[in-house]
Design a binder for this molecule. Structure first.
Ligand code: ASP
Length: 304
């Protein structure tokens, strides 16, 4: 078979210029791609997506899992979602605090329930019951960041708060993959936007907004959830793709629409298709992302 991309992942759209050591982020991207590659050898598209996302959730340096950012009162609530492109069955969790790896719980919802989204305390109870490891609570790094942002942004309205929080570049993670049987999948995981109101749910658990996959393509979004939901960003890419089967063009078109309606510095997306195309597009200063091929070659893109 011809060499082709099998997995792309991103660490979030933002500025990233205040990140102490971008090489650490590059290392996480490589580790995540390698974990996904291992899963590709013996597993299916969901294995690829979940194992690459777990690495990012466990990194403590990204806004997902261990490194999740805090809401306005200093708590963590996380969202995650994923979909199998062949069946288009998705699974997601919203506003959960218990699981260390929300993507595992989202996968459980996908594979073992007739539902699409489980939220809050009941989803947390399920995580406990199926023995998903418990989240240890906010990291020292997230607490420090929270204090800094709170001083800067407390008096601002929510959208300005989100924009101020994004200045540090500290974001959601996502993955899109295709397996040996050509099944596509997309998944995302996030602590949500910093300083959000308690109970706020973003785009990440919403099929068609934060993530989408069908038999031909898969996309994962990052950025201001309110913008992504309103524009149904991931679904909009698939609508464009239906018309032209051109992934890059479809993604660019959706981002241009966002630029017109909501302005720049708002979103980013990664995508992969059945024809072997892979792409990342963002209207922020940076969106670190990378992909790995069937031969295990890694390419890194979107650095500040
Ligand atoms: N999309 C995420 C949210 O709004 C945040 C991010 O991507 O940074 O919850």
């Amino acid at each position: 078979m011809k060499e082709r991309p099998i997995l792309a992942i991103h660490t979030g759209a933002g500025t990233w210029k205040n990140v102490d050591d971008i090489n650490q982020i590059v290392d996480i991207i490589k580790d995540s791609l390698n974990a996904g590659y291992e899963a590709y050898r013996n597993g299916n598209c969901l294995d690829i997506v979940t194992s690459s996302i777990e690495v990012m959730e466990n990194s403590n340096l990204l806004n997902a899992g261990l490194g999740s950012t805090l809401d306005i009162v200093g708590n963590i609530t996380m969202d995650a979602g994923l979909v199998n492109g062949n069946s288009m069955k998705s699974g997601a969790v919203a506003a959960v605090s218990y699981p260390k790896n929300p993507i595992k719980l989202a996968r459980f919802v996908l594979e073992n329930t007739p539902h699409l989204i489980l939220a809050g305390q009941y989803a947390d109870e399920l995580a406990k019951r199926i023995n998903i490891e418990k989240h240890p609570g906010p990291s020292e790094r997230s607490k420090k960041l929270w204090k800094k942002l709170k001083e800067k942004a407390e008096d601002k309205f929510i959208i300005e708060r989100i924009k101020a929080a994004k200045l540090v570049g500290y974001d959601t993670v996502g993955a899109v993959a295709i397996d040996k049987d050509n099944c596509l999948s997309s998944g995302v995981s996030t602590g949500g936007v910093s300083l959000k109101l308690p109970g706020r749910v973003g785009d990440s658990p919403i099929f068609g907004a934060g993530f989408y996959a069908n038999k031909k393509m898969a996309v994962a979004a990052t950025g201001i959830g309110e913008v992504i939901i309103t524009s149904l960003l991931s679904y909009s890419v698939s609508r464009n793709y239906e018309a032209n089967e051109d992934l890059i063009n479809s993604m660019n078109f959706s981002i241009e629409e966002i630029n017109k309606k909501f302005g720049k510095d708002t979103v980013g997306i990664i995508g992969i298709d059945y024809k072997g195309m892979v792409c990342g597009v963002f209207n922020t200063e940076a969106m670190p992302w990378g992909y790995i091929t069937t031969e295990g070659k890694i390419f890194i893109r979107g650095l500040p």
